[in-house]
Design a protein around this ligand. Structure first.
Ligand SMILES: [Zn+2]
Length: 348
């Protein structure tokens, strides 16, 4: 935190960091690919070959943002460095963001860069199972009900001699062999040992690609002992959705939240929070702009996210502030003292 504050004191510091991330070896024109150009008076870059002009943030998730970069960076720091990330409501309050929608959209944009940040699929011994998310109670496969429940595929690496490695999660259309095979091929390296509860659909799902080890009884009362990895990850993810996000995540946005959970879970042993922050920003400057209407896109009308466009109630102030000069010493005698406001003690 100290280092974060020392590095990013001003909006200009943040802009320079994004420039360094985007063009580590100097400006490259996104129009013609030419390497080389110069900075013009308004801060934009002009290509030496085709004369097209672009800004550091153009074409990234910060494209046309009216939120100061110091606010963006602080949001990203909280998102990346806190054990459970941050909710839109907390972000709005902490950074004095004018509307909930703006805070919600900032986190949505950060979340959207986490789509497949790592290309390497899980390998070795991998537990695979499904679980229902949402609804009144997370149930088992057989208890399918109409409503808000979403079936989620979960895969977790086992490590020797005990413990777990990386995880992956994604919503499934159903628990059929076809759906499970699509989940497996997207997330688990062919040749891996796939450990399941023996649900019949796993046989066609793993055929010819994986070494399938069904554990009979792993869907019953002993499930959490026989498939401890997937149960642990499922319960941590559900607790996170209920705790940090108060269970307010709807089906349309669940994939993004699952990506966020997995991104953080897979870096839970990272010794440097700063590296996690760096990775999110690195993905953010390499990611195309995300429009607000794409963030709220929901297949079911009437569900979920805020409908009001963000920014209708003004933009948050920059975190870059001039020194305040100990304002508590300058309180006029006639005004109620700050000390009294804080302690609530009566004046004498
Ligand atoms: Zn060019």
């Amino acid at each position: 935190m100290g280092e974060f504050q020392a590095w990013f004191r001003s909006d200009a510091d943040c802009l320079d960091y994004l420039e360094w991330l985007r063009w580590p070896d100097g400006f490259i024109c996104s129009g013609c690919g030419h390497a080389g150009g110069w900075q013009i008076a308004d801060g934009r870059f002009e290509c030496a070959a085709c004369a097209s002009r672009t800004s550091v943030t153009a074409g990234t998730i910060f494209d046309r943002t009216r939120t100061p970069l110091t606010v963006w960076f602080t949001a990203c720091w909280l998102f990346a460095s806190q054990k459970d990330g941050i909710s839109a409501l907390s972000l709005q309050r902490q950074l004095e963001i004018g509307s909930y929608q703006t805070a919600w959209a900032m986190l949505g944009r950060l979340r959207s860069v986490l789509v497949r940040p790592e290309r390497e699929r899980l390998a070795g011994e991998v537990e695979v199972d499904e679980s229902y998310f949402g609804g009144e109670e997370p149930g088992l496969r057989g208890g399918r009900q109409k409503g808000k429940k979403v079936l989620v595929g979960i895969a977790v690496e086992r490590t020797e001699p005990t413990g777990f490695g990386r995880a992956r999660m994604a919503p499934l259309p159903d628990a059929s062999g076809e759906a499970l095979r699509a989940f497996l091929t997207a997330n688990v390296e062919p040749g891996a040992r796939v450990i399941t509860d023996g649900w019949p659909a796993y046989r066609p799902a793993t055929a010819a690609l994986y070494d399938h080890e069904p554990i009979p009884g792993a869907s019953g009362a002993e499930a959490s002992k026989l498939l401890p990895g997937v149960h642990k990850v499922a319960s941590l993810a559900k607790r996170w959705l209920l705790g940090t996000h108060q269970g307010s995540v709807d089906a349309a946005h669940l994939p993004g939240y699952l990506n966020e959970f997995v991104f953080r879970f897979n870096r839970r042993r990272s010794r440097s929070r700063g590296l996690v922050f760096y990775r999110v920003l690195e993905l953010a400057v390499a990611h195309d702009p995300v429009r607000y209407r794409d963030l709220i896109a929901s297949p079911r009308p009437g569900s979920g996210p805020p409908r009001t466009p963000p920014g209708t109630r003004g933009h948050p102030p920059s975190m870059e502030r001039p020194p305040a000069g100990r304002p508590w010493r300058r309180t006029p005698a006639s005004a109620p003292s700050l000390k009294r406001l804080y302690t609530g003690s009566p004046s004498r």
